[in-house]
Design a protein around this ligand. Structure first.
Ligand SMILES: [Fe+2]
Length: 300
């Protein structure tokens, strides 16, 4: 399957075998619904950070809002779990966790409020009834509203990721939501105002089939501190003893390598950055906890 040949237009939903055939053979889609549904869903879903609020073993359910929550910003979220060759995946575990409308995560709540696990149906579908999460402070700045997911199924790479909402004012300043890999995970929160719910969201996850020859890249689950913005030096520090930095690269916004250090086995790495022009850069770290990419800013 030459999945990179799939057109990149928005609009999510089911894709038919006829459409896939159309793409492989270069013929037109057989109906307009197919064209409308054409999307990037067969590209593997990109990763985002796990964050500090994950709890394992959330209950199997699609209603994750507790009864004592009267938040009117209700959401019906639905979609499919697919493979990167566009087949539905039955039996995938879709875990959702999020802040409530008042930006609170409930780490200790015995009822696992605002958390749930859905096992995808035979046609790959999953759905949740929830509420729009609030913005919360991460250090000095707000994170855009987001939903956290972990999607797993034996035989596939696990997905740990986040969804964001179009038009959120905090996306552009968020180090995770603003990277190019997140662009397809910024989705419209559609206001529908039905008797059941106020908004709808639709998103399809695409699982990458693990091939026998390719080692699985661990998700970046580490805790790293780094100077941001930075001036004359960029200092990177692992916060946990288990996180070892093997390589560090600084790239400009075109992806050109500017500074690098390889063959490391360190918890602290620094670069002299006097010579860099002020502006936006990316810091890419290869660590014992996976590869992480961070957006950093040089100031004068
Ligand atoms: Fe979060």
């Amino acid at each position: 399957m030459q999945r990179r040949k799939f057109l990149k237009i928005s609009g999510l939903g089911s894709i038919s075998a006829g459409l896939i055939h159309s793409f492989l053979t270069g013929t037109r889609a057989e109906n307009s619904q197919d064209e409308k549904n054409l999307s990037l869903m067969c590209e593997p879903t990109t990763a985002d950070i796990l964050g500090p609020y994950y709890r394992a073993n959330s209950p199997l359910r699609s209603d994750i809002v507790p009864e004592d929550d009267n938040d009117e910003n209700t959401v019906f979220l639905s979609g499919k779990v697919l493979t990167n060759d566009c087949s539905p995946v039955e039996g995938a575990s879709v875990e959702l966790w999020q802040a409530d409308g008042e930006s609170e995560y409930y780490m200790q709540a015995p009822d696992f409020r605002y958390r749930g696990t859905f096992i995808s149906n035979a046609d790959g579908t999953y759905f949740f009834n929830t509420v729009v999460p609030g913005h919360y402070l991460n250090g000095a700045q707000y994170r855009p509203a987001h939903l956290h997911f972990r999607v797993t199924k034996p035989g596939f790479r696990s997905i740990i990721t986040q969804l964001y909402f179009e038009g959120d004012p905090y996306i552009s300043i968020d180090p995770w939501a603003s990277v190019p890999a997140a662009a397809l995970r910024i989705i419209p929160l559609v206001e529908v105002n039905t008797s059941e719910h106020k908004h709808e969201l639709n998103f399809d996850f695409s699982l990458d089939i693990i091939t026998g020859t390719e080692p699985e890249l661990p998700e970046f689950g580490g805790d790293i501190r780094y100077s941001n913005p930075f001036v004359s030096s960029l200092n990177i520090q692992s916060v946990s003893d288990e996180l070892i930095i093997y390589a560090a690269e600084v790239l400009d916004i075109q992806g050109k390598l500017i500074l690098s250090k390889y063959r490391l086995n360190e918890q602290n790495v620094s670069f002299k950055t006097d010579a860099l022009r002020a502006g936006l850069y990316f810091l890419r770290l290869k660590t014992s906890k996976g590869i992480g990419v961070f957006r950093i800013v040089k100031t004068d």
